[in-house]
Design a protein around this ligand. Structure first.
Ligand SMILES: [Zn+2]
Length: 282
């Protein structure tokens, strides 16, 4: 497979031929940075873990340069940092038994530029080769520009595929902003209580992001626990770990639907819920 950036690569943890490994994909997650998939798309990873008929493929769009660094990594150059982050993503792919891990190596400026087509082309090539049934990406209310950029490029790539080649499901997931604010009817609820040890290991691999005090490993597990506990006020906790997502499939199916309008409708329903409760109790 040819990509736009020379250093882009696909890593196959079990060493099988690349085309076969990619073609095995049933679940695919497409994220901006190394560690985003393990934070947002653990549902897909754990659903495929140890299974013969389900296989998770990861796609990271950026090269991870320019990330903050501290501790062991404080004096690393941008090049050295990219190497470390690439290696960490491969370690996660191995531990999580991904069938393949693509590293597209774009600078984040390319992802944030809505006029460029190279990011869309590479994502489209991967979708065509992998034919995933279920796709996870960033949610459109995320507060990180590169995250939202990836989601928008993915939506464009999906719209360019023939209808029969599109996945069945498309979910926007939590990283930089959770989805607890969504009305419960609007939430997609993933019970990810299984293999908590695996969940912790996967986020913990990204030492370069955690060193220096940003404990993404603890924070991610804490968010999932909080989601599980605070989701339903009257039920006892059946799930101990929950990831929320938003259904983005309508944006893939209806090419006339503007992503801004789509996400604004969720925010409007939330605003009505808050205002309605206050009106009722006043
Ligand atoms: Zn990220």
């Amino acid at each position: 497979m040819r990509f736009h950036i020379d250093t882009a690569a696909i890593y196959v943890p079990d060493g099988s031929p690349m085309d076969e490994a990619v073609a095995r994909t049933t679940h695919m997650a497409i994220g901006a940075h190394q560690d985003d998939l393990e934070i947002m798309a653990y549902q897909g990873i754990v659903e495929c873990f140890g299974k013969d008929d389900k296989h998770f493929m990861g796609v990271i769009v950026t090269n991870g340069s320019g990330s903050p660094r501290d501790d062991l990594y404080a004096h690393y150059t941008d090049d050295e940092m990219q190497k470390v982050r690439r290696l960490e993503q491969k370690k996660a792919a191995f531990v999580g038994e991904y069938c393949a891990q693509a590293l597209l190596d774009f600078p984040s400026s390319a992802v944030k530029d809505g006029t460029r087509t190279d990011v869309i082309d590479d994502i489209k090539a991967l979708l065509v080769a992998a034919k995933p049934k279920i796709v996870y990406t960033h949610n459109l209310a995320d507060k990180h520009d590169t995250h939202v950029g990836v989601a928008l490029r993915l939506i464009r790539a999906l719209r360019e595929l023939p209808k029969e080649a599109r996945p069945q499901k498309l979910f926007g997931c939590e990283v930089w902003r959770n989805l607890d604010w969504l009305n419960d009817d609007d939430k997609v609820v993933f019970d990810v209580s299984a293999h908590e040890n695996l969940a912790m290991s996967l986020v913990g691999i990204f030492d370069s992001q955690i060193a220096g005090g940003k404990r993404y490993d603890i924070a991610t597990m804490g968010r999932r626990r909080a989601n599980a506990t605070y989701f339903a006020s009257h039920a006892t906790d059946v799930a101990t770990s929950v990831i929320f997502a938003v259904d983005l499939a309508p944006l893939m199916e209806n090419e006339a639907l503007d992503p801004r309008d789509y996400v604004a409708a969720f925010i409007d329903r939330f605003a009505r819920d808050v205002a309605g409760r206050i009106a009722k109790l006043s």
